[in-house]
Design a binder for this molecule. Structure first.
Ligand code: ARG
Length: 588
């Protein structure tokens, strides 16, 4: 049943209708993809743009039509009748404009209120996805780049989960590499009885890393020991494995503090996990004739790229690429993922491009990159400070992410106290709201711009209660909740007994935007662009504001219907917040 299949997605439903019409209009042209888009002009709500390209295909072969406008007229005439359409018209060179029925729109919104917003979830035709995100490196700093990856990756995972895709949220931590020889040897030196080592003993792991690096660079004897330690670790010697595990554990606890504050859940499968699989995978690739010798290293050449992908270094060791190729193999073959998504800064774009192309050469991935199984790199730009340079809190020191998050919370709490909330609310309410706003502000500031552009980190901007910020949006949501609360009506009851009507033009505009939620999430999810959802959410609050300033809700003749429209707006806003990883606020 096709209307059930696309229950929330207006664009898809209209596309189905136009598909039928196109088949009828030009039976000779097979498989025409309907081109349906939301209108920006005032002629209608949606537009079908097939007439011109169809005309160029049939021109000279038929006498049925005189030109694109006639094709447009025919497309309109052949449109199956449907309750969703109120009227159609043809404009210019054959654009078919559709005005949707406001009765139908209103019914759909009311149905969503009863059946739940999950009925508006996108339909994505895959079973499982891997989202590889956050992925900091053990004993090194978890920096703002990792914060961006964590925030963007979490949103993408949430959108896929909402679309009923089984998502493996993978933390591909850097827990394997030559630096561990140095760290372990330094640990043994500082703590001969290394079993006593714990977090406080090692203190700041980054400082520990720096100190051991200094030792490594200054003392050749130490350097040699460190290099031997790597071999012993990789050979699986228990004492070395144990020391390694301890170092990882200390780092992990630091990372977890960040995840816990952000409410982000990840499952760690670090680089070390894939290590045992590397030889077998490389052997397979060698047997296929893909691996060649170059300057002592073993490499894979990629068409169109002048440097090869090094998979075994000249010293015989494996590297980042060996691990990523193997991880990709594992995810495709062992985990049976249909879509593998990597969230890192754009600086790693070429690395992933090469890994994916190697996988295509090997036949692991289809040559046509838009087909499943598919691998996608989700790149993002830099985080800048006020000075336009790479973001740092203090001139020399690195930014501790935990401090960054705490600062946002502290500032949002101060703003609430200033507005007298300390007297009005319990301490718990104050804390929770400050947290929701502070962390929400950081996430939204990151997500609202196209991820490829650099963004400037500014507490003042992100915590502003005006403009396109999380604070503004959270307040807008809280205000809607308070309208409903103050009406004294039981919305659950109204959903069943009341009738939603979109009488006023501003009600209709809001209603239409609400119904465009499904196609928006689907677009954000399939194109891996969280900013599309942010823009939708911001516009939603604008439509609501317009409606609320022109239509009286409480005490009006349309009170019931308008309360339902308020409720639907709040429900959709909350789902957007949820998908963006932002905790909603109910009072302000
Ligand atoms: N650890 C890497 C870094 O900090 C990111 C890893 C991303 N994931 C991957 N499969 N390579 O830059």
């Amino acid at each position: 049943n096709m209307s059930e299949e696309n229950s929330g997605n207006l664009k898809k439903q209209l596309s189905k209708l136009f598909e039928a019409s196109l088949r009828e209009t030009v039976p000779s042209v097979l498989d025409v993809e309907p081109l349906v888009a939301a209108c920006t002009a005032k002629f209608g709500d949606y537009q079908c743009n097939n007439a011109m390209s169809l005309w160029s295909k049939i021109k000279g072969k038929t006498t049925d039509f005189k030109g694109p406008p006639a094709v447009g007229q025919a497309i309109m005439r052949n449109l199956p009748s449907s309750e969703m359409i109120e009227s159609c018209s043809v404009a210019g060179p054959g654009f078919v404009n559709v005005v949707l029925s406001k009765t139908w729109l209103a019914e759909k919104i009311q149905k969503m209120l009863i059946d739940g917003i999950d009925t508006w979830a996108p339909k994505i035709s895959i079973n499982r996805a891997v989202v590889d995100f956050s992925s900091p490196n053990i004993a090194k700093e978890m920096h703002v780049g990792h914060l961006r990856s964590t925030i963007i990756g979490d949103t993408l995972a949430r959108m896929l989960e909402f679309s009923k895709v089984d998502v493996l949220r993978r933390n591909h931590v850097g827990d394997w590499g030559t630096q561990f020889g140095m760290l372990i040897e330094f640990l043994f030196e500082k703590f001969p009885n290394f079993k006593d080592v714990n977090e406080t003993a090692v203190g700041d792991l980054q400082a520990f890393y720096k100190a051991s690096k200094q030792r490594f660079d200054a003392d050749p004897a130490f350097k040699e020991k460190a290099q031997k330690a790597v071999v012993r670790l990789q050979g699986g010697e228990p004492k070395y494995r144990q020391a390694w595990a301890q170092i990882c554990d200390i780092s992990r606890k630091e990372f977890d503090k960040v995840y816990q504050r952000l409410g982000v859940h990840l499952e760690e499968k670090g680089e070390s996990f894939y290590n045992p699989f590397i030889p077998g995978v490389l052997e397979g690739l060698s047997n296929q004739g893909l691996v060649e010798e170059s300057e002592g290293a073993r490499v894979i050449f990629i068409e169109g790229i002048n440097i090869p992908l090094i998979v075994v270094k000249s010293d015989g060791g494996y590297n980042y690429a060996s691990t990523d190729l193997t991880a990709l193999w594992y995810r495709l073959n062992e985990e049976k993922a249909d879509w593998i998504i990597y969230v890192t800064d754009v600086g790693q774009q070429q690395h992933f491009d090469m890994v994916f192309k190697a996988a295509k050469r090997a036949g692991w991935l289809p040559a046509n990159g838009s087909m499943f199984p598919k691998a996608s790199h989700v790149g993002f730009g830099l985080v800048l400070g006020d000075d336009g340079k790479r973001f740092r809190t203090r001139a020399s020191d690195v930014v501790r992410l935990v401090d960054l998050l705490d600062e946002a919370k502290t500032r949002s709490k101060a703003a609430l106290v200033e507005r007298g909330k300390a007297e009005e609310w319990t301490e718990e309410e104050l804390e929770q709201t400050a947290e929701a706003i502070g962390y929400g502000a950081i996430k939204y500031a990151d997500l609202k711009n196209n991820r490829l552009t650099n963004y400037t980190f500014s507490y003042d901007q992100m915590l502003n209660d005006k403009g396109n910020t999380a604070v503004y949006l959270l307040y807008a949501h809280a205000r809607i909740c308070s309208i409903i609360r103050k009406s004294g009506k039981d919305v659950e009851e109204l959903k069943k007994t009341g009738v939603l009507v979109l009488g006023h033009p501003d009600e209709r505009a809001l209603g239409l935007h609400l119904l465009q939620f499904a196609e928006t999430v689907e677009e954000a999810c399939t194109n891996l662009l969280p900013n599309v959802l942010c823009e939708y959410l911001y516009n939603l609050s604008e439509y609501f504001t317009k409606f609320y300033s022109n239509c009286q809700v409480v005490g009006s003749a349309e009170e019931t219907s308008r309360l339902l429209l308020c409720e639907a707006t709040a429900v959709v806003m909350r789902k957007c917040f949820f998908l963006l990883g932002i905790v909603p606020v109910y009072k302000i």
